[in-house]
Design a protein around this ligand. Sequence first.
Ligand code: HPA
Length: 267
Amino acid sequence: MKQAVSRIIERLEGRMPETALVLGSGLGKLVDGVEDAIRIPYGELEGFPSGGVSGHAGELVSGRLGGREIIILSGRVHYYEKGDAAAMRLPIEAMAAIGVKRLVLTNSAGSLREDLPPGSVMLITDHINWSGMNPLIGEESDRRFVGMTNAYSAAIMDQLRETARTVDVTLGEGVYMWFSGPSFETPAEIRAARMLGADAVGMSTVPEVILARFAGLEVAAFSVITNFGAGMTGGELSHDETKEMAPKGGERLGRLIAAWLGTGVDA
Ligand code: HPA
């Protein structure tokens, strides 16, 4: 991790961002609003993920959003790529090492609720991990027993609700359930997820939330709803649909995040 941390510090030229943002599939446009961007390709950072998924660039971008310093991790690795739930451990721990205090995660997701149609933005208030996977499996220190009762920061959620009201962004809320992917869920799995109390399903974020809490970071997370869950509308699901729909909610999510940063979350 040393090389990545010193390289980031060197390239940031004294900037001290306290918030980092991980961009999900189809949400790359959020980077466009960043001022005075310094871009570091993941290839320059030892241990950062290489390769990637369609819709993901693979670079760390530092700059100002809403007038505040931020780091954007544009490009993440999913469990389904190599079967490694801890693939984002080094980047997340590197964020903590350079002084980042809070991690904001974004993803695109399938909705299980009629009142959260495609295009909606959902604040993730909690999650369900019934995957059997955990990025801390194999970690030997007792720090591995991470409490998840307050995984999603209540204080940040309150700030976001307030900001959403002031900038007139409709912000849904709900529980996100992690499925490994890369195949989509079956209609029976979607019915089961609803019974278990999930509001949205997706293939990311949960491992990063666990890793961020392990690293001592505060967490907030959002889903941009790109489709209804399998079997809810009859049609087949596709990654093309995810990429096409994500920017629709992504624009409002970008506005919300920039406005929230502008309210002085670092104060
Ligand atoms: N299921 C899982 N992941 C997703 C979905 C979905 O319906 N939509 C976008 N990402």
